[in-house]
Each structure stands twice: as structure tokens, then as C-alpha cells.
Ligand binder design. Structure first.
Ligand SMILES: [Zn+2]
Length: 339
């Protein structure tokens, strides 16, 4: 499928810019976008623990992005945050080389991904806020998985990653969520929030709402890992946040047909303007790394399946073009929290 076959809905000119690693763009320039991928993951503490996650080959990632571009892909949100094996310098190189626009993440991931001695455990909330804000306003830090952030490049982060495990945003996560929420309020950037199998989404949304962060500036990830509790999923949808559905082409969780049925149900319930799609790629699913599917799987396989479930091109264009453009644009007017 090519982008012309999908309806690129009009974005109001009042909406802010989208910040990519190669600069800010008008939301209309984002084009077809998968909203949760991992393009690189350094050979560091995470990859030593989970070798299936390592993605550190510039040539292989560029080959994958070319597959994606050749079938209509134009942009990607990368969900790996600072100090957590993110390779921001390679994002910049890959984006320049392939022309794919990359929205990179600052913020934090699940604590299981940080070794005991990692600086994130020592840094207080004010310093974390400063760090995240710097990454958005000045440029991202590189090579800071094993040492405190010191080396900065010009490329800026365009989204704030947050994550909780099954305990939600409290406890040892509280200072991190506090810093991310303050950064969102200061910068107007959207939060991209990992949930563990979809759990604690409502707790996360409640936390952000205490900072007056609008639902339009919140993306909740992995809501489709488990599709059994429909009442809970519809309750999350009713808050108005963006619903990121990224468990596609992952039969160990459920079939793509089940995913398509779930999406059709969300559309029937009036949530088509909130849906974002992604593959949450790892080494095991990136074809150029020998993986099972490829970054082009959405366009080659899943979207055609979705059409067979009655979701037409206009609606698919929302999920992949106009919803990402709105979700990842800077929205200072939505945020009236503390400065
Ligand atoms: Zn992810």
C-alpha cells in the first residue's frame, strides 16, 4: 500500500509541531507512522540480560527502515529512553540515511531494565526533570548506560517515555513519574507510557491528570497484550487517551484476527480517533536481524487483514497518519500545571 491510498486527514493549523531527531516538522509532514518501535538497543546491560532485545547494527536497521519506506512507511516512534540502551546518535544517522523521520524518547523505562548501580536510582526528581527537559530542548545524551549523562548531541527527543510494572506509578516509580509529568507540563510533549500487560493504565492516567496533563497528551502502550477484560479496556478508552495497540504479529499473545476484532469493537464504540498502531519490534521480529516478521509487516499483512474486518482506508489512515500526527504534536495549550 502506498500513502496515497490512505486518507491523510487535515490537521488544524493551531496544532503544534512534531519534534523528530532531524528537527521539528509540521504534523502533516509525519505521514504514515508506526507509534511504538525499537530501532536500536545497545550492547549493554539490557542486551546482556535479554539478548533477544539487542539491535545495534546501523546497516541492519537501515535495511529494515528501507523495507518500511519502500512500502509506504514515513516515520517511526522509537520507545527506548535515555540511559536505557538508547542509541540516539544512530537514530540520527539512520534517519538521515533512509529519510524515515524518527521521534525519539527521553524519560524512563521499567526499573527491571536498570542495574543496581545505575545513576537513575540516585538521581532525584528535580535532576531527572532537568535531564528530560534538556533532552527535549537542547539534545539527547549518548553513551550514558554505565555512566552519568555527560555527552550530548544536537538531535532532540520528541516524546517522554514512562513505564510502570504491575504496581503502577507509585512506590519507587513515583519520583520518575513525577519528573516525567513535570517535564510534560514544561515542554508540552506527549507521554508514551508502558503498561505491564495493559495493567495499571487507569492509575497512570489518574497520576497524569493530577498534573493537568490532557488525555490528548497521553499515549498508553501495550493495551492489547491481553484482550480478555473488555470492560476494563473500554474504561481506559473512555478516558480519551491515545490507545496504543502494539501486540500485532505476536501469536504468543493472541492471533491477529483477535486483534482485528478488538480494533473493530473500539471503532464501533467511537474510539477511532484514539487508536495508534505499532509492532514493538525486537531483534526477534526485525527481518534484517534474522527475525520473524519485519517493520513492513503492518503494511503487508496486518492492515489488509484489518480491512477484511470492515475497517476502511479512511479509518486506517487515522490510526497510521492523522492520529499519530495529533498524538505526538506539542500541545502547550492543553497543559496548565505547575511550571
Ligand atoms: Zn516497547
Amino acid at each position: 500500500m502506498h500513502k496515497n491510498s490512505m486518507n491523510s486527514n487535515i490537521i488544524s493549523k493551531n496544532d503544534g509541531a512534531v519534534q523528530t531527531v532531524t528537527g521539528t516538522i509540521h504534523p502533516n509532514e509525519l505521514g504514515y507512522c508506526q507509534s511504538h518501535e525499537h530501532l536500536f538497543l545497545a550492547d549493554g546491560p539490557i542486551a546482556r540480560k535479554y539478548p533477544a532485545l539487542r539491535l545495534d547494527d546501523l546497516e541492519a536497521t537501515c535495511a529494515e527502515l528501507e523495507l518500511y519506506r519502500n512500502i509506504g512507511g514515513r516515520s517511526v516512534v522509537d520507545a527506548q529512553p535515555v540511559g536505557c540502551s538508547r542509541m540516539a546518535d544512530l537514530h540520527l544517522l539512520a534517519s538521515k540515511r533512509t529519510g524515515i523521520k524518527v521521534i525519539a524518547s527521553t524519560g524512563f523505562h521499567k526499573l527491571i531494565f536498570y542495574p543496581k548501580e545505575h545513576w537513575i536510582h540516585q538521581m532525584d526528581s528535580d535532576h531527572l526533570t532537568q535531564l528530560f527537559t534538556q533532552e527535549i530542548e537542547k539534545g539527547m545524551y549518548v553513551r550514558c548506560d554505565d555512566s552519568k549523562p555527560s555527552e550530548q548531541i544536537n538531535a532532540k527527543a520528541g516524546v517522554i517515555k514512562t513505564a510502570s510494572d504491575e504496581q503502577g506509578p507509585g512506590g519507587e516509580y513515583e519520583k520518575l513519574f513525577h519528573a516525567a509529568a513535570n517535564t510534560a507540563v514544561k515542554t508540552g510533549l506527549t507521554v508514551l507510557s508502558h503498561t505491564e500487560m495493559g495493567k495499571c493504565a487507569l492509575e497512570q492516567i489518574r497520576f497524569f491528570s493530577e498534573y493537568h496533563i490532557a488525555p490528548e497528551s497521553i499515549v498508553i502502550c501495550h493495551l492489547d497484550r491481553v484482550l480478555t477484560d473488555m470492560q476494563y479496556l473500554m474504561e481506559v478508552a473512555s478516558t480519551g487517551v491515545y490507545l496504543e495497540l502494539d501486540t500485532i504479529g505476536r501469536p504468543k499473545y493472541h492471533s491477529d484476527e483477535d486483534e482485528a476484532r478488538f480494533i473493530a469493537k473500539l471503532v464501533d464504540n467511537g474510539h477511532e480517533n484514539q487508536i495508534l498502531l505499532g509492532l514493538d519490534t525486537t531483534r526477534e521480529r526485525m527481518r534484517s536481524y534474522g527475525g520473524a516478521i519485519g517493520l513492513d509487516y503492518m503494511l503487508t499483512s496486518f492492515l489488509p487483514l484489518l480491512r477484511s474486518f470492515g475497517i476502511d482506508n479512511d479509518i486506517i489512515g487515522k490510526f497510521t497518519i492523522s492520529n499519530p500526527a495529533m498524538a505526538f504534536s506539542i500541545k502547550t495549550h492543553n497543559q496548565k500545571g505547575e511550571q
